[in-house]
Write a protein that binds this ligand. Structure first.
Ligand code: NFA
Length: 101
């Protein structure tokens, strides 16, 4: 009677970690028109008119405001794209990124 040989079953443990998230910050300046800031927030960050106005006004009054959080690469790309859009119109508007606590 031939024996049946079975391969050992190995349970692989798969560890998944959530990526660290990065905040995109809008920095106030004295030159970029409010309406232009709102336009950029709508175009690059998909905020609606109300959200964009509130974020713009918060940065205007407090100096800086969190726009949104993303994974590092998405945050950096969006901050750079939005900053470049403003530069191409001659405005000093600045978006920065920083890791969440
Ligand atoms: N402080 C700018 C103004 O009064 C508006 C602004 C808001 C610019 C937020 C940059 C960021 N025209």
């Amino acid at each position: 009677m031939p024996e049946t040989i079975t391969a050992p079953r190995v349970q692989l443990e798969i560890k998944v970690e959530r990526p660290r998230l990065y905040k995109v910050m809008l920095v106030n300046d004295d030159f970029t028109p409010r309406e232009f800031v709102v336009q950029i927030l709508k175009a690059e960050f998909r905020l609606d008119e109300g959200q964009a106005s509130r974020v713009m006004m918060t940065a205007h009054q407090r100096g800086v405001c969190v726009v949104a959080v993303f994974t590092q690469e998405v945050a950096e790309t969006k901050a750079t794209t939005a900053t470049d859009m403003a530069r191409s119109k001659g405005y000093p508007l600045l978006f920065t990124t920083e890791p969440e606590e």
